[in-house]
Design a protein around this ligand. Structure first.
Ligand code: MN
Length: 246
């Protein structure tokens, strides 16, 4: 089995090293990850500048690009064959609810799924300082479940593992919930007196939605959310048929 790992925290992040170590005997593990932090870059792909891969050691390649660039390059060019699995992480911090739309970690997994490879984003849902030992062992268990499931290729999962979790921790299949931020925008002046804005609301917490990812991790439960890439609103598609004109 060929497993591709990527992330958005950068190839030097201890999260990706912990994941590589814990999966070592599960297959041939390749790491292709950004050469620096790329958190919250979402699904951006670099179309107008050169991308270079630097092999830091065998099967560890740092790319001067986004998480999506890394997975795209790895699957289409760098790897010896198409991988059986793409895993992104382990991210420093949760990716729950609306986070999936901003996260580079989730985007790396989405790119794997778009390329037809079963993929999962894996996040440490605790806070700094991040310890990856038990979380990585829990990630290994979820990886084994995905590999052993016999599901068709191209499935996508968003996995959040509470900070205190380990291999034997409880697990729950969840839906995306809601994470609440302060919607803060700071307006300040630069040294030349011109105004600038700084986006970055502090997180105020999760809405406790029944069966959601946020509720699971708040209870110390490993959250596994199957994600669909087809964003079509099928309800609206039917409800709005009268708009059509033959
Ligand atoms: Mn990150």
């Amino acid at each position: 089995m060929l497993i591709l790992l990527s992330n958005d925290d950068g190839i030097d992040s201890p999260g990706i090293a912990a994941l590589a170590e814990v999966l070592d005997d599960l297959g041939e593990v390749w790491v292709v990850a950004p050469d620096r932090e790329q958190s919250a870059t979402s699904h951006s792909i670099s179309l107008d500048r050169p991308l270079r891969g630097v092999e830091l050691r065998p099967r560890w390649v740092a790319v001067n690009g986004t998480p999506t660039d890394c997975v795209y390059l790895a699957v289409n060019h760098l790897l010896p064959r198409k991988p059986n699995l793409v895993l992104a992480g382990i991210n420093k911090g949760p990716n729950v609810g609306d986070d999936v739309h901003y996260s580079g970690t989730v985007a790396a997994a989405m790119e794997g799924a778009l390329l037809g490879v079963t993929s999962a984003a894996i996040s440490h849902a605790g806070s700094a300082p991040f310890a990856f030992g038990g979380v990585a062992r829990a990630a290994r268990i979820v990886t084994e479940l995905i590999v052993g499931s016999g599901l068709p290729a191209g499935m996508l999962f968003n996995v959040n593992i509470p900070g205190g979790a380990d291999a034997g921790s409880p697990r729950r299949l969840t839906r995306l919930g809601k994470r609440r931020y302060g919607n803060a925008v700071e307006r300040r002046l630069d040294p030349r007196g011109r105004p600038y804005f700084w986006i970055g609301g502090d997180e105020i917490g999760f809405e406790h939605l029944e069966g959601s990812d946020g509720s699971a991790v708040a209870e110390g439960v490993v959250s596994i959310t199957p994600i669909r890439l087809d964003m079509t609103d099928f309800g609206a598609l039917e409800a709005l048929r009268s708009w059509e004109r033959p």
